[in-house]
Design a protein. Structure first.
Ligand SMILES: [Zn+2]
Length: 423
């Protein structure tokens, strides 16, 4: 008998392989942008030349490493000699500038030692990210201060048409993953990035940030265009109410507002915390959500438009509903006494629509709603997310916006690939 491959599985495997290759190529690009120690050595000169951290290193030996897993400041400094201080003094001196307990695996640090037999440490530099660093000057007593490398900005344009998947399109246009995330956030309410279609296309004008010749990040997005579902979606940046936000060509905000609370008149009985005594389990557990105490049967509203992705019963959650608002935002509502009529997996809901009623199903001491908010799959404190209001352009700013719009649309039309979008 001949064995035959299942064509569906085969197709899925190909897609998976393309995805993995694309992500690894993109990641390689990101890793490459890590600062290279060799590039920052100074040429020999008679005067002391300051290095990129702002001190003279001519007479010192530089040791550059990456923080290993679980390594602490003491581990990092253990191989060296501290002449005028010790690790705890350094930690205390650092406290208000940088908490040394926040030293993270994978970050780069540099130890500068004197050319003596003891290898006395003169400076230590911890790089918080490719731009920001903390300097420990140990020449005399400990002096700790922060610094920032010089960042230069370059304006860039990327354009691509989706032929197979967004990932392939991103790779072909050499678009950074960070940029893809920005695009998905800007268009979160207009485009479902999991449902892009063949023939969809985008163009984006943005800033690339460089330290020396290494790209370290994406700055502002200066304008974007997306063609999806036979429709044009423009993103024109404009500052209103001191917020840099995005508008369509008619001056409407691209972002929709969420309701402030899922229950109209409720009392917050427990806040989001990474540590609290669980009322039933009697152990310290994080509380990743906000509790609203309200009588059983109080209607619960969805805070935004979306699709019900789960309406089910769980041992801890009780009766709960999970709503995906778009590819960025998802919310969840727990301990319901019952679902509202028609609420099941796949149901489309409108902002403010009642989806269920307060109860105490699952692990709950009394009737309350446990409300959870996710951004890009990460739990966030619903009371702390700052989503500015989504007002359209104000009358008094309309003229200024029109000027900006004209400029951005013009650039989207003419920059980069020269590809024209359908007007
Ligand atoms: Zn809760």
């Amino acid at each position: 008998m001949r064995t035959r491959k299942n064509p569906v599985i085969f197709y899925k495997l190909i897609l998976l392989t393309i995805f993995i290759i694309t992500v690894s190529i993109l990641l390689k690009g990101i890793l490459k942008s890590k600062p290279d120690d060799k590039t920052i050595l100074n040429p020999v000169s008679s005067k002391p030349v300051l290095n990129q951290f702002g001190f003279a290193e001519d007479s010192l030996t530089k040791h550059s490493y990456v923080v290993n897993r679980n390594e602490t400041l003491s581990d990092i400094l253990a191989p060296y000699h501290l002449a005028k201080t010790n690790v705890s003094e350094i930690a205390i001196a650092s406290k208000n500038i940088f908490d040394v307990r926040k030293i993270r695996t994978g970050k780069t640090y540099h130890i500068y030692t004197a050319d003596d037999s003891l290898m006395s440490v003169k400076y230590m530099v911890y790089e918080k990210d490719p731009v920001n660093f903390v300097i420990y000057d140990l020449n005399d007593s400990v002096r700790v201060y922060e610094g920032k490398k010089n960042v230069t900005i370059k304006k860039e344009t990327k354009a691509a048409t989706i032929n197979t998947s967004l990932y392939v399109a991103l790779e072909e246009s050499k678009t950074d993953i960070e940029l893809a995330i920005r695009l998905s956030q800007i268009y979160a309410w207009q485009i479902d990035f999991y449902r892009l279609q063949k023939g969809d296309k985008f163009k984006i004008i943005y800033e690339e940030e460089y330290v020396d010749s290494q790209m370290v990040g994406i700055g502002k997005v200066l304008g974007a265009y997306f063609y999806h579902n036979n429709k044009d979606f423009f993103a024109i940046p404009f500052e209103q109410d001191s917020i840099y936000q995005y508008f369509d060509e008619n001056g409407n905000s691209l972002r929709k507002e969420f309701l402030k609370t899922p229950i109209e008149f409720a009392r917050i009985s427990s806040r989001y915390t990474s540590r609290r005594l669980h009322p039933i389990l009697k152990v310290y557990r994080p509380h990743y959500g906000v509790d609203y105490a309200a009588p059983t049967g109080t209607p619960i509203r969805t805070v935004g438009d979306g699709t019900v992705v789960e309406a089910a019963y769980g041992k801890a959650n009780g009766r709960y509903v999970k709503i995906k608002h778009n590819s960025v935002y998802t919310t969840m509502y727990l301990h319901m006494s019952g679902f509202a009529k028609g609420i099941k997996k796949g149901t489309k809901v409108k902002q403010g629509q009642v989806i269920g009623y307060v109860g105490s199903t699952g692990l709950a001491t009394g009737p309350h709603l446990h409300f959870i908010f996710y951004i890009n799959g990460n739990l966030v404190d619903p009371l702390k997310i700052e989503l500015p209001p989504s007002h359209p352009i104000k009358d008094e700013l309309k003229e200024k916006f029109e000027e900006q719009k004209f400029k951005v649309l013009n650039e989207l039309n003419t920059e980069g690939s020269g590809e024209k979008h359908p007007a």
